[in-house]
Design a protein around this ligand. Sequence first.
Ligand code: PLP
Length: 219
Amino acid sequence: MSLQDITARITKAETAAGQPAGSVKLIAVSKVQPNERVQAVLEQGHRCFGENRVQEAVGKWPNFMEQFSDIDLHLIGPLQTNKARQAIELFSTIHSVDRPKLAKTLARLAQEMGTCPVLFIQVNTGEEDQKAGILPAEADAFIAECRDLDLPVQGLMCIPPVEEEPSLHFALLAKIAERNGLVGLSMGMSGDFEQAIALGATHVRVGSAIFGARVKPEE
Ligand SMILES: *Cc1c(COP(=O)(O)O)cnc(C)c1O
């Protein structure tokens, strides 16, 4: 696959879902990809990228940002509170707000720094022990808490369990978002972004289908 192929498939899925072409944001997930591959996608004109670790992103993106303007970076992996300041400085959007302590830290830093990324709350729709995210039963209360903190929450994010039908999880996420009046839905990866768009995704996070298999294992 290539960036062009994925973009064409997204357009088709948007049309099938009755959405205007170009309405779904494609986040090209560049974690652990060699810089040459990232550079190639930048040269094709794509500007929206996702990273799952602050440290890795801080090491890799400032350089690209000098070469290319308008880069739009999204943090899609877990955020430790001690990295929150760096995350606010680098990312336009954080998709992994998943606990009260992090929400409070972001609110305090946003006050102090006078800026805050767009935020998505991660929901652990599969209720998996090893996965980050607020449990579905606690989502409404947590969304309210984030709003009380004046955080700019735009939507929800999920990563469905590998062994399960992703559509069930996408539908659950869409339902929680709707009843809370949230418009953003960050869902869908290389294997299931078309299903996610059918269920209302506004942001899809696609890595290996654009860049090829990740060469280094994920930590
Ligand atoms: C790695 C990652 C992706 C992209 O996964 P692919 O299967 O390579 O498309 C999407 N979302 C998150 C949170 C990830 O960590």
